[in-house]
Design a protein around this ligand. Sequence first.
Ligand code: PGA
Length: 255
Amino acid sequence: MRKPILAGNWKMNKTVAEAIALVNEMKDDLIAIESVESVFCPPFLAVADVARLTAGTPLGVGAQNLFWKESGAYTGEVAPNMVAELCQYVIIGHSERREYFGETDETVNKKIVAAFAQGITPIVCVGETLELRQAERTESWVKGQVVAALAGLSAEQVASMVIAYEPIWAIGTGLAATSEEAERVCGEVVRATVAELYGQATADAVRIQYGGSVKPSNAAELMAMPNIDGGLVGGASLKAADFVEVVRLTAAAKA
Ligand code: PGA
């Protein structure tokens, strides 16, 4: 009942020209895989072109960030209504933004609320550091991030959103969580927390992605897990063949 969703988080990669070339290279293959929703999250400057190239197709477009204020003197920021003009999704609270750009549970929540106010679906990132994992604090940490992120949201909003569990030690390292570990946190922590706060129907509806070194060699195993509804893919989303293969493996794993 939950449609798998694979989002390519391009991070700070690809010029506009490169973004156009990448989308053109994989667009038709992705459209053909109807059982999985594919989303491109390019840097802001390429969003308009990616939106134009995917208009009228089932492919989605996501921003990598937004600011929660409506408009005004906030140099360098992008307002929710600007994102809403071109994007269906927005990544919020990625660990790189929390680490390098001072985002906190509180600002993450403000951004989620602002995204919903403009009809944008947030892809909210949570995940523990290696230190927290070694201290066996993964569960309490991730649960705390989920509770803080969802503060003040309605059950309908939560049911419609995407939560990405991304263990920080697995991001960009080539070292993904094992499918059992990823399934355990996605199911017993993230989905269980949503169930505790909003009830089982909402928990059954929310889509939970795994992120962190998802690639063709591990996608089949990860995506076969019942509580993993897709992935947030960084490095492997920058190569057309790899991203298409991950989406294809996801479709096969969920079939
Ligand atoms: P990665 O990045 O796939 O390169 O590990 C994932 C992410 O940060 O969303």
